[in-house]
Design a protein around this ligand. Sequence first.
Ligand code: FAD
Ligand code: SF4
Length: 499
Amino acid sequence: MPAKPFQFMDVPRRTPREVPVSVRVLGWGEIYGQFDAPAAGEQASRCLDCGNPYCEWKCPVHNDIPNWLSLVQEGRLFEAAELAHETNPLPEICGRVCPQDRLCEGACTINVGFEAVTIGSIEKYIVDEAFKQGWRPDLSQVKASGRRVAIIGAGPAGLSCADRLARAGIQAHVFDRYEEIGGLLTFGIPPFKLEKQVMATRRGVLEAMGVQFHLGIEIGRDLGIDDLLRDYDAVFLGSGAYRYVDAQLPGQQRRGVIPALPFLVSNGRRVLHGGADAGPAAAMPAVPTQVIAGWQGAAPDLDMRGKHVVVLGGGDTGMDCVRTATRLGAASVTCVYRRGEAAMPGSRREVKNARDEGVRFLFNRQPLSIEGEDAVTGLRVVETAAAGGARSESVQIIAGSETVIAADVVILAFGFRADPPAWLDALAPDREADQRLRVGIESRLPFQTAHPRLFAGGDVVRGADLVVTAVYDGREAARSIARLVLATDDRRAHSEPAA
Ligand code: FAD
Ligand code: SF4
């Protein structure tokens, strides 16, 4: 129970200090600062302890939010960090990138009328500050089981699974084709939302817990799934969703048209290797075109200086593209979305940030074609009206409203689909293609696939979704894996004669 239950009436909601727009667009650093202990305590004291914490239910990993807010108020930081990790293996990351306005904060009891408790920023504060003060997960009581599990993919699903396996005494070996861990956390989500140092710290924490990373190894090319199934007790597949949705716009082969992920991945790599201060013209990187399923284009030109950039798509990926283009020196950046603002699928916070940084939004414009000769010169659009409510999926075309928006670069941010690896066919030959990754159904363990020792979770199963849902899947898959591989130990102990 908070010392003063109606504190939220006297203390207004505050978020950590934002870097001024004029400064932040010049670099790649995160735009939000950090609470100090008094500010975190004061904001935590706004929690009403309502007794029916909708925030906790709306949080996909069901964080024990009221209790860690209470620990923060009392200054018991290490206990808060311990509690935060009980439900969430990557709390400092979710605190930064979750769309809290749609999740925990959107469900906060005081949100209507008094504005929600700043849950995400406090979650980030707890873990960043605890790490800074030397706190680390304590695995001293964990007994090694001698069991080994291979994890394909070092994204949030794979890392979450590795964390939980380590805590269960199971050796986790994580394989990733990239040179760094994090998956889209490192190579997709731009550094102004999640600085790459955060991932470096998390890597150190996981390694200290005994997790082993094997980077630059692609399963299916450098090692086969059969190798993993032979050498490990079980395998977790967390390989993400990398097949981009192709709108097949006429003219999309023109020079200057770039799909979102190659654009963001290339820039993510450039910043990772050039440091957070990499300016617009810093060395252009080698582009991992082979990892963007379905895309055959050349390496994207990241030099946006002086160019007019149009981004198609109104989700979080679209917002990341517009804000990245701004930082790459574009002369103008316009987001074109075929429905109205109320129907935008992404986080409101990211739309606001984009607007603050000078991005122009054109709503109710359906793209028709990309204009130009060899290179792009514009985007032909037609105006639309909502057909069936402001949030409706379907739109009506307004006849005679075609216009061309001048553009030097058009970035396609229509989303991604799950892209399960081809080798799954051989592992589950009897099953219908769409059933191969229907995990945890019928009598199987949660997150277990058609193959009894292969588990899967995150975007490869759900399709493009969220970091926090990938974290949930990895956590729960690890629970199933532990049940399987440790039960095998139990059976052996009971059937094999003692040595
Ligand atoms: P991924 O993060 O994609 O990780 C999969 C990993 O598997 C990759 O590292 C890949 O290299 C590796 N891999 C794949 N195949 C192989 C193989 N054969 N061998 C070895 N390794 C392999 N979500 C949010 O909650 N908030 C946001 O702000 C947000 N912003 C986003 C911005 C962008 C641009 C994008 C694209 C997504 C964003 N998301 C956001 C969604 C979020 O990043 C994903 O839902 C999440 O990362 C999925 O986690 P995952 O572990 O399933 O997959
Ligand atoms: Fe909110 Fe995400 Fe943290 Fe859950 S994990 S409390 S949804 S910020």
